[in-house]
Design a protein around this ligand. Structure first.
Ligand SMILES: [Zn+2]
Length: 279
């Protein structure tokens, strides 16, 4: 079941982006009275700040302008806006994320900066009478990613820094939070895995009772002990079957026994091909 909550009512992290929903596309909507290109640059810089975190398996992708998108509408687009007359939230708020989630799965997040009751600028903000667009977006994108507030003084997600120039860069605390949610897998080829994110390649192969990290083999070559086979439409390295199937070796022509052996081996590979699935 989907539900929508405003920031004020949702005080803990409870939803994240599923692997199949990544990278996350983010659009730029209404920019109010501010210079279009400067807000766009600030939005892209804020996205890059989060995407550049190496230990997290998630990226934000700038999808372009959506000037007619309405903040808070469940239209399938994650939209950043700077609202002047259109701001409908509380006057005291500097910004607001509207979060749509399906249980623990993030579905859509719209973000608006309150340029109606506060003065947002794209440069030179003092953080007292004027507020920074990039700082506001960076803080709010943390919420979009599933992080909530931090009490660490220099964290972008410290609510006291929302909309301040200091919020444009991430503190160790922000990075640690993101990487705990979207940990990059470290499993190498052949290591046991539960699902794709456990693996450095992002691909966990279910081969019968075995589940192990695999890699793709577009050039048809795999390390010793692995065959390049088709699993769910992807060419991946699959552990070679026990007993060393010789079916890929040249066989002597005219030998009935070898020809039969080839057929048996080939059928075994075909069965493995069907059984192996990418998890
Ligand atoms: Zn916040």
């Amino acid at each position: 079941m989907w539900w929508i909550a405003s920031a004020q009512a949702w005080d803990q992290v409870g939803a994240t982006w599923a692997p199949e929903d990544r990278p996350v596309e983010v659009w730029l909507g209404d920019v109010g009275d501010l210079p279009d290109s400067e807000v766009e640059a600030a939005a892209q810089a804020a996205m890059a700040t989060w995407s550049d975190v190496d230990c997290a398996d998630i990226d934000l992708v700038y999808a372009g302008r959506a000037p007619d998108a309405i903040h808070g509408s469940a239209d399938g687009k994650n939209v950043l806006s700077v609202l002047s007359a259109a701001w409908a939230g509380e006057a005291a708020l500097l910004s607001e994320p509207v979060i749509v989630r399906d249980g623990a799965r993030m579905v859509e997040v719209d973000i608006a900066l309150n340029d109606h009751d506060h003065a947002f600028v794209t440069s030179g903000a003092d953080g007292l009478t004027t507020f920074d667009v990039q700082g506001g977006f960076t803080h709010e994108l943390g919420h979009l990613l599933g992080l909530w507030h931090s009490t660490v003084a220099d964290a972008s997600l410290n609510p006291l820094l929302d909309g301040r120039p200091q919020a444009t860069s991430l503190a160790e605390d922000d990075i640690t939070g993101l990487c705990e949610i979207y940990a990059v897998g470290t499993g190498g080829l052949g290591e046991v895995c539960g699902e794709g994110p456990d693996c450095a390649s992002g691909t966990c192969l279910a081969d019968g009772a075995d589940r192990y990290c695999t890699v793709t083999c577009p050039d048809d070559s795999c390390p010793d002990g692995y065959d390049c086979l088709d699993a769910s439409g992807d060419q991946v390295c699959v552990k070679a079957s026990d007993g060393g199937c010789g079916c890929r070796s040249a066989s002597a022509p005219g030998s009935g026994a070898l020809a039969a052996g080839f057929a048996v081996c080939w059928m075994r590979i075909r069965r493995r091909r069907v059984a192996a699935e990418v998890a």
